[in-house]
Design a protein around this ligand. Sequence first.
Ligand SMILES: *[C@@H]1O[C@H](CO)[C@@H](O)[C@H](O)[C@H]1NC(C)=O
Ligand SMILES: *[C@@H]1O[C@H](CO)[C@@H](O)[C@H](O)[C@H]1NC(C)=O
Ligand SMILES: *[C@@H]1O[C@H](CO)[C@@H](O)[C@H](O)[C@H]1NC(C)=O
Ligand SMILES: *[C@@H]1O[C@H](CO)[C@@H](O)[C@H](O)[C@H]1NC(C)=O
Ligand SMILES: *[C@@H]1O[C@H](CO)[C@@H](O)[C@H](O)[C@H]1NC(C)=O
Ligand SMILES: *[C@@H]1O[C@H](CO)[C@@H](O)[C@H](O)[C@H]1NC(C)=O
Ligand SMILES: *[C@@H]1O[C@H](CO)[C@@H](O)[C@H](O)[C@H]1NC(C)=O
Ligand SMILES: *[C@@H]1O[C@H](CO)[C@@H](O)[C@H](O)[C@H]1NC(C)=O
Length: 367
Amino acid sequence: MASKTLAYAISALILLLQLSSSAGQTVVKGAYWFPGSGFPVSSIDSTLFTHLFCAFADLDASTYQVTISSSNSAQFSTFTQTVQQKNPAVKTLLSIGGGGANASTFASMASQASTRKSFIDSSIQLARNNNFSGLDLDWEYPSTTTEMTNLGLLLNEWRAAVANESNTTGKETLLLAAAFFYSSDYYSSIYPIQAISNSLDWVNVMAYDFYGPGWSSSTTGPPAALYNPTSQVSGDNGIEAWIQAGVPANKLALGLPFYGYAWRLLDASNNGIFAPANGSALSSDGSQTYSQIQDLITQSGYTTVYNSTIVTDYCYKETIWIGYDDNQSVSTKVTYAKEKGLLGYFAWHVGADKNSTLSSTASTTWG
Ligand SMILES: *[C@@H]1O[C@H](CO)[C@@H](O)[C@H](O)[C@H]1NC(C)=O
Ligand SMILES: *[C@@H]1O[C@H](CO)[C@@H](O)[C@H](O)[C@H]1NC(C)=O
Ligand SMILES: *[C@@H]1O[C@H](CO)[C@@H](O)[C@H](O)[C@H]1NC(C)=O
Ligand SMILES: *[C@@H]1O[C@H](CO)[C@@H](O)[C@H](O)[C@H]1NC(C)=O
Ligand SMILES: *[C@@H]1O[C@H](CO)[C@@H](O)[C@H](O)[C@H]1NC(C)=O
Ligand SMILES: *[C@@H]1O[C@H](CO)[C@@H](O)[C@H](O)[C@H]1NC(C)=O
Ligand SMILES: *[C@@H]1O[C@H](CO)[C@@H](O)[C@H](O)[C@H]1NC(C)=O
Ligand SMILES: *[C@@H]1O[C@H](CO)[C@@H](O)[C@H](O)[C@H]1NC(C)=O
């Protein structure tokens, strides 16, 4: 009798362990790294993260295979070992595509079973050969109903392939993630919700680039507003859209920009959010890393403001105005993510926060 009870208890325990491992990640504290940031991989404080994304692998437009460019191969192949020196538990994902990649090539690849297979098989091989724990799709953006349908096929086939590969090799299943638009609705094309829920471990929700001098040049704006009293464009609206559409909250990671945008004010004394402006300041597209902004604040005497209604930081001096996320925006957003039951957050990008100020704030806030 007693041994039977014990046997039941043990099998129940085993089942529980299996369930908890198949249930996936418990939290994602993530960040992207890319070689062009000039930030050495060895300088990443990986103790502040659970997952690090190495960006970007490329999609070959003729073979539809995923490749790593020769200039990136040395840093990519040692990425995992390097970041695991400080944090042996950190998981790494190879990110494919990115904002600079040609979205049409992804659309062509996803449109046929044979080219999807080229993508899938080569991505798995590349991940294994370079010691990554997973793969991350950054197709910016599928933009028609057909492309959304094909994205769904790609994700389902990718999931089946990584499951099969794990089965046949005995290795831990590769993680599958994707970076998507801030909302489940991409200008009236709806992401394939069922495939995303079934086949991805989680989604990185890119809740930033809402306002920038390149596309909203005549007024300043909160680049990554969590709330927006004047429009639908906000992190909260995007997260709500994803959840309403049917992706479980615990498969969503909220994007945090470790950068901001600088505008030129028309009038130095009119320096609030949505103040009249005339394009970018400080760089051609106005972008500034958080570290650059920190230096301006400490060395050039900028005035800093946190707006808790919108959840944005901004700073200004004379006719330069910069919208960005500082400690308060980051901690408010991370608290929001936790209270909403999201899986976590991720940052673009780790090298923009050289002193790990925001990475520490985010990690400490989540707990
Ligand atoms: C993007 O890819 C498509 C199809 O592969 C090609 O026709 C187009 O010229 C490419 N665009 C750029 C900017 O490279
Ligand atoms: C992968 O990691 C293992 C253990 O850290 C190491 O022995 C191996 O050389 C690495 N492989 C590559 C391709 O870097
Ligand atoms: C993995 O192996 C199990 C047991 O052999 C089998 O039932 C399952 O269908 C396999 N899954 C895949 C994706 O190959
Ligand atoms: C399953 O994996 C094995 C080994 O990785 C591979 O040879 C086989 O083609 C895969 N099958 C499918 C259906 O992907
Ligand atoms: C925050 O920004 C909004 C939009 O500009 C403004 O209406 C509001 O007064 C600001 N809140 C504070 C406390 O400054
Ligand atoms: C904006 O700047 C451009 C030059 O960069 C100038 O020609 C134009 O007059 C400015 N517009 C306003 C409203 O000041
Ligand atoms: C960042 O760290 C560097 C080197 O430790 C230091 O000189 C700089 O003042 C720090 N910047 C800020 C804004 O804390
Ligand atoms: C931001 O938070 C960090 C700790 O996470 C702290 O060291 C730093 O002084 C704070 N910076 C500002 C500008 O509040």
